[in-house]
Design a protein around this ligand. Sequence first.
Ligand code: F6P
Length: 371
Amino acid sequence: MARHIGILTSGGDCPGLNAAIRAVARAACDHQIKVTGFRDGFRGLVHDQTMELQPGMLSGILTDGGTILGTSRDKPHRMPIGGKERDMTHAIVETVHRHKLDAVVCIGGGGTQKNALRLQQAGINVLTLPKTIDNDIHGTDMSFGFDTALEIATQAMDRLHSTASSHRRIMVVEIMGHRAGWLALGAGMAAGADVILIPEIAYDLGHVAEAISERAQAGKRFSIVAVAEGAMSREDAKEVSRLVKLKNSDKKAERRQASEELIAFHAQHTDHTLRLTQELEQLTGQESRLTILGHLQRGGTPTAADRLLCTRLGTACVDALLQRRFGTMMAVRGMDIIPVPIDEVAGRKKLVPSDHEWVQSAKAVGTCFGD
Ligand code: F6P
């Protein structure tokens, strides 16, 4: 029988983290299991920085954005210590033994699943919950945070419609999602965007400009273009796939060169949406404006759907703890929550298949993907 567990939140924050912490801690408390929070992700485990999660602290946090535990992107095996990155897995193992933790619950995205797997391989019992607005975690239909970000991005585009129409403008909206297009695709569809550009479908700039010009010729006063932050033109996609191939070369020099060029590519890709906005203005002759939604998509109170999901994931996690189903992530499969082995999840990304039903549905209502 478990007596004491640790819990942490890691990676980029998102709405619903507090709801998930509350669910795990309340359900654990119901079984007389003590819950110790570790601050700022895996860093808290390394430095033994804790927060006792007394029942009183959990009241009122269901609706709060952010995380009461704090978060960081620190990795156990590459922890920044004294200006250097060090493998601190041993320190984490010591912390777990010092507190006599039966398990550690790690709440986070794809990176967190990988880090949790490392801890499991170091002999620590881990359980994870899938969190990210990007919805790109393998093995789960949905991650929490996605629904809230979807709502925020959709509402933002709804608001852009009226001002776009007043001024006869193209409104380009950059939407988060890292290398996956779920958020831009979902919000673009919900807001009726005229063009949706996602990383999984490389676009031809000429085709996008053509679709916008056709709208203007048909008397439409504006166009809304939803762009995922990782969206790429056909030329850029070709270059990236060349570099990725080279990165797997058996020649060390080629691998190093490809890695450096890929880092440089992604660094200069940050102003991709601005360049796209300017190019569309030139090609169509229509005034264009760019809105970058950025971290607005990760702030504030979670939607009802995310609160519900976090509560279900958190209580399922305590069920898995009681059944000693360690090394698992609580995953959404259809209407159910089931524990799936973390080693089947870690290191894999759930991208949008280019023939996904959402893409087909968007195309059926006339949305241009630039392909
Ligand atoms: O993974 C969530 C996410 O918001 C991505 O959509 C985005 O690319 C990234 O995090 C931004 O990270 P940061 O908050 O560290 O700038």
